[in-house]
Design a protein around this ligand. Structure first.
Ligand SMILES: [Zn+2]
Length: 247
């Protein structure tokens, strides 16, 4: 199936238009290409349309009774999507799959103030959140298909990239969605930055240790936890917009 899979650019345009039409019509959340919320059910519907129109429902047949779940994750702050799979031990067959999509990256990208920035996902220009969601789903579908066929999958390998190109026209396996780390860096907040913030009316000083959805700020405290630099700190999770860089 995967070795033969080949879709022309024209066929792709046509199939994708059908998928967009179905999703906009059926989803209670995805009513506009720049939707603001999305649910696991939307991701499942998207999967079903792709499976039907690109794979002739081969993915569902290959899965058989193995469960495949769908999830939207606000906590994924680097990857746009992830295909998870579980097995009892290394030599056991996979007994469950999950496709997760990052709502944080989609929400952070495609706001009005980023209109001048070109966003590419899998090498293809995305103009809306729906474009990006579809490219992410396509990438995860190749992971799933590889896992079903060969029990392993890696998007940095030739086999993956060949399938992704032939089926979906992908020229890259990465995304350029705006991560929390990048948008924080744009306002001068990076690991190591000294910052000030208010906590229960008190002004606190510390430095940024990490940026995920929020920033982790370490503040000197005698009763804090010991860190590898020998000092003791208390850890605060602070929304980036509440941090003020200081010299
Ligand atoms: Zn990948």
């Amino acid at each position: 199936m995967l070795k033969r899979l080949s879709v022309t650019a024209d066929e792709r345009t046509c199939i994708n238009r059908t998928i967009v039409g179905r999703l906009l019509q059926d989803s209670p959340h995805v009513q506009l290409p720049n939707f603001t919320t999305i649910s696991g059910t939307d991701v499942r519907c998207l999967f079903d349309h792709y499976d039907e129109l690109y794979f002739g429902s081969w993915l569902r047949r290959a899965l058989g009774v193995i469960p495949l779940e769908f999830r939207v994750s606000p906590r994924m702050t680097r990857a746009g999507g992830k295909t998870g799979f579980w097995r009892k031990d290394r030599n056991s067959p996979i007994e469950r799959f999950e496709i997760a999509i990052s709502s944080t990256l989609l929400a952070q990208t495609f706001s009005d103030d980023q209109a001048d920035r070109t966003i590419r996902v899998t090498g293809l220009v995305c103009r809306t959140r729906l474009d990006a969601l579809m490219r992410i789903m396509e990438h995860e579908l190749v992971h799933l298909a590889e896992l079903l066929c060969w029990d392993s999958s890696s998007c940095s390998q030739d086999r993956f990239q060949s399938i992704a190109w032939r089926a979906f026209g992908h020229t890259d396996h990465r995304h350029a969605l705006i991560t929390p780390r990048e948008s924080a860096a744009a306002v001068g907040i990076r690991p190591g930055t000294h910052v000030r913030f208010d906590c229960h009316g008190k002004s606190m000083h510390g430095f940024v240790n990490r940026v995920t959805k929020r920033a982790t700020v370490l503040v000197h405290a005698d009763d804090g936890q010991q860190y590898s630099d020998g000092n003791t700190y208390r850890k605060y999770y602070v929304p980036v917009e509440m941090l003020e860089p200081v010299d």
